[in-house]
Design a protein around this ligand. Sequence first.
Ligand code: SF4
Length: 303
Amino acid sequence: MGNSQDARLRSSPGVWEETLLELIARTSTDLPRDVEAALLDARSAEDQGNGRDALDAMIANAGLARERRQPICQDTGTILFWVEIPPGRLAQSVFREAAERAIVRATRDGLLRQNCVDTLTNRNTGNNLGSGSPVIHWAEREGTTAEVWLLLKGGGCENVGIQYSLPDPALDAGRDLEGVRRCALDAVFQAQGRGCSPGVLGVALGGDRATGYAESKRLLLRRIGERSAVPELAELERRLLAEANSLGIGPMGFGGRTTLLDVFVGCRARLPASYFISVSYMCWAYRRRQVKASLDGTPIEWS
Ligand code: SF4
């Protein structure tokens, strides 16, 4: 490796640290506009009652959090990064070190709750760092810039995620899209208002148990209303959204027309012997942000 490339790989943890701190701040405190718009639409659709009151509280909460730059919810969630970088242009260790420093500062500043517990000792690590925390998914991309997504996923909605193995005789669900539909609706029905509805479903077909769940979370990087490029999956998304919202569960389970804000379906290859359906549920506090940056970490575009 030449000296200049070596320097590029090691470059600028400080710049990355500042950019990632800002990414955490935006994600924790500033609900994406597409999510806020979906909550406003849901509020318009609800009759007077507890469901509409719950939506009013969520919308007011989101506005206050943005104005005061404070967390949207007390549970600031699992810290999940997806990083796409051109091959050989940014050392993963540089990014991880910067991310860890940014997380420690964000925790100290109250942008993140002390939210990471050592599973064996039950001791809170106090700074959100621990074995497997944060989670960082890596991928290569063409070009000369890096793209980083951050998802903060709360525990309540994580608890209602579920995985099915088809065929599932209890649901009369076979290895086809009708079987997938039955599983996804069962997941929503079982969740009821838990998971802080109205939520968003990521539904991954195929993969193994681990990659199916990983894909179901990656699907949550889409924006509200963004349909699958695969026509039959897009049709399934539309149908599931309409059917889930006809169950009457409503915001926070209070009853009403909006149980989900959207459904995203994706597909991975599988073994002949396996057909997993992995469902991740994201709560209304759908904290998902992205930054496009130069390889030294200088931000180019926020979304
Ligand atoms: S599920 Fe979401 S909205 Fe509910 S407490 Fe957890 S983070 Fe907050």
